[in-house]
Design a binder for this molecule. Structure first.
Ligand code: ZN
Length: 288
């Protein structure tokens, strides 16, 4: 896998490449959003970046560490938690991680703990883990995955750099998908008036903004995958066909960037009515 296979904003992508080049990975990373498989894949990808022995272009895919990562047999990468929606992440598991964390690495000079679906931790598991996140040995890195950062304790969040794979896909419904298809059709038809009409429901429903922009971003990404000959998610089939007929790979990248900026604007509490109006201009601009 490559970094472009993940659903990241430009800023997050740049930050990750910089950590990798300068070997300055934050010791705690939290991956949120997307779906469960994507979160796990991304956590494994970053773990591979952290342990890769190459000087540049990590993960190189060729060094001894990368080969072990590929086979999922790297002794310094450990996975905890389960890849399923609901389970209980027991406090004993947090304690086990804590005591293991002090053992020096085997192969590498670093150790990576992937803690899957951390929203399933209760407060005592999180607090037990927090103790090691607060003062980790210099060789330890923790990558937590969770559906949304809002599921985690503030004390854990304050230790972590959050990487977002977009709005959690578990929250999309038919209405959001339908709205996105309408927006994409208007965009591809170059009809700004219809686009404004399609965006109108957002003006009265602030809660719909992130799901809709997230779903748009996802549609652009899936179209990009299709263009590159990769497998794409069938949920987005209508939009993927429309987008990939109309736009080049570069235009699709511009749209992904535009959607990422709109999410950031929303999170920075931009004036909401202006933001909905700006959204039409920003998307149209991305394909000019
Ligand atoms: Zn490597």
């Amino acid at each position: 896998m490559r970094i472009d296979d993940f659903y990241l904003s430009e800023n997050e992508r740049a930050a990750l490449l910089s950590y990798s080049q300068k070997d300055t990975f934050p010791q705690t990373l939290l991956i949120e959003g997307g779906n469960m498989d994507e979160r796990t894949d991304f956590a494994r990808f970053i773990a591979n970046m952290i342990v890769c022995q190459s000087e540049s272009g990590k993960p190189c895919g060729k060094c001894g560490a990368c080969i072990k990562c590929e086979a999922r047999s790297h002794p310094d990468i450990k996975e905890y938690g389960e890849e399923k929606e609901r389970y209980t992440f027991k406090v004993e598991l947090s304690r086990e991680i804590r005591s293991d964390a002090f053992v020096i690495p085997n192969d590498s000079d670093k150790k990576v703990y992937i803690i899957k679906e951390a929203q399933n931790m209760n407060d005592s598991s999180e607090n037990a883990l927090l103790k090691i996140l607060e003062e980790p040995p210099y060789f330890d890195y923790f990558i937590l995955t969770c559906s949304s950062r809002s599921a985690m304790l503030d004390t854990v969040l304050s230790r972590a750099v959050v990487l977002s794979l977009g709005f959690s896909e578990e929250n999309y419904d038919g209405e959001v998908l339908g709205l996105c298809e309408g927006i994409i059709n208007a965009l591809c038809a170059g009809n700004e008036l219809i686009m404004l009409e399609k965006l109108a429901p957002l003006a009265d429903d602030k809660d719909a903004f992130l799901p809709v922009v997230g779903c748009l971003k996802r549609s652009f990404l899936e179209a990009l995958k299709f263009k590159n000959g990769a497998a794409y998610q069938k949920t987005y089939e209508n939009s993927v066909k429309t987008l990939s007929n109309k736009y080049s790979v570069n235009r699709l990248y511009s749209l992904i960037t535009a959607a990422g900026e709109l999410e950031a604007n929303f999170r920075q509490n931009a004036n909401y009515n202006l933001l909905v109006t700006y959204m039409s201009a920003r998307l149209t601009d991305a394909v000019k």
